[in-house]
Design a protein around this ligand. Structure first.
Ligand code: ADA
Length: 566
């Protein structure tokens, strides 16, 4: 996986990114395609989104990508695809390997029992909407669902024994204790093998693993005495490496504790106020693919504004972005892929099963990032309806089971009617006073009403985040009336909002403004008609990251809020 550090030193792997053969097959069902006879008459970049290129802009259909891979020997190999939008089917030499749906998470397929040598890898990719195949990518969502192999592809050669997962979580900050979990497997009975854990070049575990099984788990609690704690102001990171037989895996970790107590969110027992933006991963020229230059420039802009918080809306962000947030001390809310789902979906086991898979994939990809502060689910789902509550409960329970070390939340659009608040550790509210209702002057009063309502229903003793609030501004648009859609209106709305939340009060612990950058929205009339240019224009920078008037306003106020809190 593209990371800021090397994940393997002894495992052999090949980076398969580059220019692949490509064919646009159009409106045909995947089951009807004979992959051995496809005529590949074009080329496409991997990673990349084919419909972000001018030739395929706005097109939906089935496409095929092809490249040659080399299998060095008969040993098991594993193919990793870090992101594919939004449904895919993988073939090797015409043989079906796996299917996957949902664009923002990594999946893999094993290649075993093959002949060494060259082999043809063909991947069918579908960016059409199909609830049966891809229940997490629906046409009405407020973003454009680009298609393609959007993140990296790697071929790993697995040895006799291989490590499937490495998870590191903080156990105790005072003694620098971490819990390290390793899952491993083999095609044979494992037997006896050397097992080591090294942190920053210091060996902390050295033993012999003995097993009569073909797979297993090792858990060790270790004290990393010389380690420095991670915090937003001092984002200290440490490199941890596990070696089992010939295989190895690395994680770059930060020791820190996050918890809630009463109305506070605490990092290492120090209360923090989170201030930042919701951030989508989209760009007019690259779709959901995130070139490194774009990622680092987003992080630079977020830091320039004075942010210490990003809500990864509304799906798991690129692991490279999380690496950069680990380094920059930016706290991240990491959420599974969902948008405005109604009870018909939330009570449908097909939809919820896909959510559960997304949560598993999201947590396994992001759990080692110290910047990830909280997990979220179901953005603006129908949390005001009792029949949806069991599903909220199920999703949040799975998160707590997979990671008991972080608080959980979900962004609610029902501050006065929500029936699921008791399931969350942090209450998060999406609201648009001054934009969809009320005037800018009425924003403080509206936010105060939300706070007193939460108190009155017994949810006042929890941290509160305003997880979305904002206004649309068409880039470059201004007029004397300072009306909606002008840059002035947006700047004024955000000034009033930030003053009230961060400078004049301290009850609200977090603010993620909707949103960091403009983004293309869905092509349905239902969405596009309220979105000039076909974009959600509530960014403080446009889709090319050019600043609007609000940029400097937010920067001035965030910086002031940080100075006041010291
Ligand atoms: C919702 C939603 C966002 C965006 C926003 C808006 O709150 O969660 O994705 O669509 O509304 O701009 O109206």
């Amino acid at each position: 996986m593209r990371r800021r550090f090397r994940e393997h030193h002894t495992r052999h792997f090949t980076d398969l990114t580059g220019i692949w053969d490509f064919a646009f097959l159009g409106n045909i069902e995947p089951d009807e395609v004979d992959v051995t006879t496809i005529r590949f008459d074009e080329q496409m970049s991997v990673p990349g989104c084919f419909d972000a290129t001018p030739r395929y802009a706005g097109k939906r259909g089935l496409v095929a990508y092809r490249t040659d891979i080399t299998l060095t020997d008969k040993t098991r190999h594993r193919l990793f695809i870090d992101g594919l939008h939004h449904w895919g089917r993988v073939f090797l030499n015409g043989k079906h390997l796996c299917d996957h749906s949902n664009g923002f998470t990594r999946f893999s397929a094993d290649i075993a029992g093959h002949q060494p040598g060259k082999a043809a890898l063909v991947i069918l990719v579908d960016n059409r909407f199909n609830y049966d195949r891809s229940p997490l990518h629906l046409d009405y969502y407020d973003w454009y669902h680009f298609g393609g192999i959007s993140r990296g592809v790697e071929l790993h050669r697995l040895g006799e024994i291989w490590i499937d997962a490495l998870t590191v979580t903080t156990k105790d900050i005072a003694s620098r204790q971490v819990t390290i979990r390793i899952q491993y497997a083999s095609d044979k009975i494992i037997g006896e093998h050397a097992f080591r854990i090294v942190c920053d070049n210091n060996e902390i575990v050295s033993e012999t693993l003995k097993s009569n099984e073909t797979s297993g788990e090792i858990e060790r609690t270790c004290e990393l005495q010389d380690a420095e704690l991670w915090s937003p102001n001092e984002p200290n990171l440490h490199m941890l490496r596990v070696q089992l037989a010939d295989d190895d895996m690395c994680a770059r970790i930060g020791i820190r504790q996050v918890r809630t107590e009463g109305q506070d969110i605490l990092i290492n027992n120090v209360p923090i106020r989170l201030m930042g933006f919701c951030r989508h991963e989209a760009h007019p020229q690259f779709g959901h693919t995130q070139p490194e230059q774009l990622l680092i420039s987003d992080v630079q802009q977020l830091k320039d504004i004075g942010c210490n918080f990003v809500r990864g809306s509304h799906y798991p962000q690129d692991p490279m972005f999380l690496d950069l947030c680990d380094e920059a001390g930016i706290c991240v809310w990491c959420e599974s892929n969902a948008w405005g789902n109604v009870s018909e979906q939330i009570t449908d086991s097909h939809f919820i099963d896909a959510q559960l898979t997304d949560i598993r994939e999201m947590i396994s990809a992001s759990i080692n990032h110290p910047s990830v502060m909280m997990w979220g689910v179901l953005n603006e789902g129908e949390s005001k309806t009792l029949e949806c509550k069991p599903a909220y409960d199920k999703l949040l329970k799975l998160i707590r089971e997979l990671d008991p070390t972080r608080p959980v939340t979900y962004a609610s659009m029902y501050p006065f009617d929500d029936v699921c608040f008791d399931l969350a550790n942090i209450i998060s509210i999406n609201c648009y006073p001054g934009w969809y209702f009320d005037s800018i002057e009425e924003i403080p009063q509206y936010l105060d009403k939300v706070v007193s309502h939460l108190d009155s229903v017994g949810q006042g003793e929890k941290p509160l985040i305003i997880s979305e609030i904002g206004a649309g501004a068409v880039p470059g648009w201004s007029d004397w009336n300072e009306a909606r859609w002008t840059e002035q209106y947006q700047a004024r709305l955000l000034e009033v909002t930030i003053r009230h939340i961060l400078l004049d009060n301290n009850r609200i612990n977090g603010l993620s403004i909707w949103q960091f950058c403009d983004l293309r929205t869905s092509e349905t009339a239902r969405r596009a008609l309220g979105r000039p240019r076909g974009f959600n224009n509530k960014g403080v920078v446009d889709e090319y990251r050019r600043p609007k008037l609000a940029y400097d306003v937010v920067k001035r106020l965030f910086r002031q809020a940080r100075t006041d809190s010291h």
